[in-house]
Design a protein around this ligand. Sequence first.
Ligand SMILES: [Fe+2]
Length: 270
Amino acid sequence: MFTDKQLDHYRTEGFVIVDDVVDPDMLARLLEAAKRVKQKVRVGEVDIYTHWAGPGEPWAIRGLFAPEIGEPDFADYLLTDPVMKYVQPILGDELRLGGVLIFTNPYDDDYGFGWHRDSVRTKAEMGEEEELELLNPDAPMNGLRWHLALVDDACLMVVPGSHRRYRTPHELQCLTEAEVRNEDISGQYAIPLKAGQAAFWNGKIIHRGVMKKDVERLTLSCSWSKHSEEGTPKDVDPRLRWLLANNVRDALPEEMQVPYDRWRALQVDY
Ligand SMILES: [Fe+2]
């Protein structure tokens, strides 16, 4: 459970580091599972939904709940007590499916695609009021996301506090102009995670991933969402369409099937 101080840090800075969202046994299992999956993806043995930096070089691996991946620990982890102790006080007992994906480093080159906000696309013509309305920093939390480092990882770079304010002119350039998307921003901070530590963070913060070819990254991006009876079905996110396959639900732990069904009911497939 977050302390008041941690929650305060999350709200004001946009992230907070915690030490106890995984137990040591599960951490060891997740590390082995992630290594196996990465290896299989690299050699082309399995590919449910992968983000490629180049041929044979994944930087993000999705599809981890698919039975073809053959690694039930990823879904099991989301249901463990250390996770629920953080998630339930914030989101309640009725959850909607979240997810797990692997962020990793390509081997042949440094990699990163530059500054952005998740789910809010900053545009030059956007006024302060409009951007703040989209950022909506004090809205009730409907989801929680955390990066769990399986090995030491300082690849996630954020601009602390930028989730709750209008962008500066330089940030706007970095967010919108391809040539400067990887330029340093004043105040940037690479969140330093030791293996087993996690950072809960707000994806609307200005951030980028900075991966080095010679530094192994094996970090799980994990999430849960809050369920509510309201909710309008929307076109399924193409990155999540694999979850609609007939064999996925039955491969999930039983406790995850209701959260899955709640998520599934809101997906329009076409
Ligand atoms: Fe992002």
